[in-house]
Design a binder for this molecule. Structure first.
Ligand code: ATP
Length: 519
């Protein structure tokens, strides 16, 4: 196991052990790529999303919020192009049967030598038999679990599991989850079609088309992104709030994609949360706003990180750009497996407003009274992953330190604004009035809206370790001296330094530290 895999495994295991993230439906064997955010995970995710909302909506007058429904009119997805084009190229390996995304598969150039590798000798033997039967002109050599002598084809990629170049043709696989709304029963309609012999004599492709027609009736889709509602509600929001261009609409919430390849824990899952904003501006000012938002968003991600150098902004190459986009930057993070996307910032031009105007027959444009002109605004869209952001800050925070006594201390060095619990109050022993004093201090924190925890279990050393592992920035300890002089110790998570302060000053001190952590 490489050191980098090791970090990922340690974070995944800490997430389960300490109640950050669990596998969904775990007692039933789990649901692939679905995760539940436990008591501390939900706090971490909310803190992150609240910080985004504070930055994008509450700290400015030119951006307003929206909380749209997840299910929208099916025409929305026709207009946006998601119904026709939101798909990934799907391929099957003819040997090991792995189904994978062609665009994410390992690249190999034509003629490059390959080593086909299987989990064990038996599987390699089965693969060799397949080759003898289906590629009789090839000569190859099986050595244990490996097959040598095969070269890459002009497909440009191979199976990510066994490296085979023998692959099915690519099929487009739509990523939207489809369901049905209202009293429609597509299965019942299909049963009637079949009973009436409507499908007799049709080719598989024709049957597929007919099935598609029947099931499309009453079809509804779970949104694959939060963005479209902001375009669809553009006019309502502009009118009701008297917004003047430039202005933005922000939304955060769940999105759903039937991802073929789910990977790296919560990095890519089928149900996830996004934080997106559509910023409407006058054509001609879009390049400036693009630069503004790339800088702003980069600064925001770095602000909460211990290792800001791990965030980079990468401009898309022209061939990477979506057909409607004028420019796009990805904010990437250096994950243990390499750089990957965390947020995309795209100049979507006037594409979406024009498409929705065309499909809805409604005017979606802006009248600039000062200059007496009407135009369709351009849009800059910073689109971030909230659940992916949680993974980034879990990885950023994870730290192991060797103490003077040789023991290893695991600390989650979350920024205090992200920490699920801000302060722990620890009575040294469960007697002599200490638990009662701790209780009233915790209640006083609650009254001030500060998330605090009263922890009485195990030795004080164990309790410090536990709070280090969940990233509590400060621990307050009530001991014998407290009962005499009303002082307590405050311990800093990162330096482990302790000092005594008056118990009456405890709340003010934590409030001061929290205020200062904003920087
Ligand atoms: P990727 O290339 O990783 O599939 P994308 O370009 O399809 O991402 P966008 O459509 O731009 O992603 O979505 C904006 C953000 O939403 C991404 O930067 C990412 O943080 C997050 N995101 C997208 N798909 C997923 C997913 N399946 N699971 C978790 N987060 C996701």
């Amino acid at each position: 196991m490489s050191v980098k895999d090791d970090v990922m495994q340690k974070v995944v295991s800490l997430c389960k052990r300490r109640g950050f993230v669990f596998q969904s439906s775990e007692i039933y064997g789990g649901l692939k790529s679905a995760y539940d955010y436990g008591p501390l995970g939900v706090e971490l995710k909310r803190n992150l999303m609240n910080l985004w909302w504070r930055e994008m909506v509450h700290s400015r007058e030119d951006v307003v919020g929206l909380d749209a429904s997840i299910m929208m009119h099916p025409r929305v997805w026709q207009a946006s192009g998601h119904l026709a084009g939101f798909s990934d190229p799907l391929v099957d390996c003819l040997i090991c049967k792995e189904r994978f995304r062609a665009d994410k598969a390992p690249r190999k150039s034509n003629g490059e030598a390959l080593v086909l590798t299987y989990a064990d000798k038996d599987r390699a033997k089965t693969a060799a038999t397949w080759l003898e039967q289906n590629q009789p002109e090839l000569t190859f050599d099986r050595q244990g679990k490996e097959i040598h002598g095969i070269s890459a084809s002009n497909r440009g990629y191979v199976c990510p599991v066994c490296s085979s170049p023998f692959l099915s043709t690519e099929r487009q696989f739509n990523l939207m989850f489809r369901s049905h709304i209202g009293p429609v029963d597509p299965i019942g309609s299909l049963a009637q079609n079949i009973a009436a012999g409507d499908f007799n004599g049709l080719s598989p492709e024709e049957i597929r088309q007919k099935l598609d027609q029947v099931t499309k009736e009453g079809a509804i889709y779970l949104r694959p992104e939060t963005a479209q509602a902001m375009f669809v509600q553009f006019d309502n929001i502009m009118t009701s709030m008297s917004m003047k261009v430039p202005f933005g609409i922000a939304q955060m919430g769940k999105s759903f994609r039937n991802e073929i390849t789910t990977e790296h824990f919560i990095f890519r899952s089928c149900e996830f949360e996004q934080m997106e904003m559509e910023f409407f501006c006058e054509p001609g000012t879009d390049d400036q706003w693009m630069q503004y938002w790339v800088e702003k968003r980069m600064g925001w991600w770095k602000k909460w990180a211990n290792y800001p150098e791990k965030f980079v902004a990468r401009a898309h190459e022209p061939e990477e750009l979506a057909h409607y986009a004028k420019a796009c930057f990805d904010i990437e993070y250096e994950y243990p497996w390499g750089f990957g996307e965390l947020e995309g910032i795209a100049n979507r031009t006037d594409y979406d407003l024009k498409k929705h105007a065309e499909y809805s027959n409604k005017k979606l444009s802006y009248f600039d009274q000062a200059n007496n002109k009407r135009y369709v605004p351009y849009v800059i869209e910073p689109a971030a992953g909230a659940t992916r952001g949680v993974l980034v800050y879990l990885l950023d925070a994870y730290c192991e330190e060797t103490l003077e006594n040789g023991e290893t201390r695991t600390v989650m060095k979350f920024h205090p604004q992200l920490s699920p619990i801000k302060v722990a109050v620890l009575p040294l022993v469960k007697k002599d009035g200490m638990p009662e004093k701790a209780r009233s201090l915790v209640d006083a924190f609650f009254k001030r809206g500060i998330s605090a925890s009263l922890d009485v279990q195990q030795s004080i050393g164990h309790r410090y370790r536990r709070h280090d592992e969940i990233g509590t920035p400060w621990c307050l300890t009530i001991d014998g001296q407290t009962m005499e002089d009303q002082t307590i110790t405050i311990r800093d998570r990162d330096t482990m330094a302790q000092k005594r302060i008056s118990i009456d000053a405890a709340i003010e001190e934590i409030e001061r530290l929290l205020r200062e952590s904003w920087g």
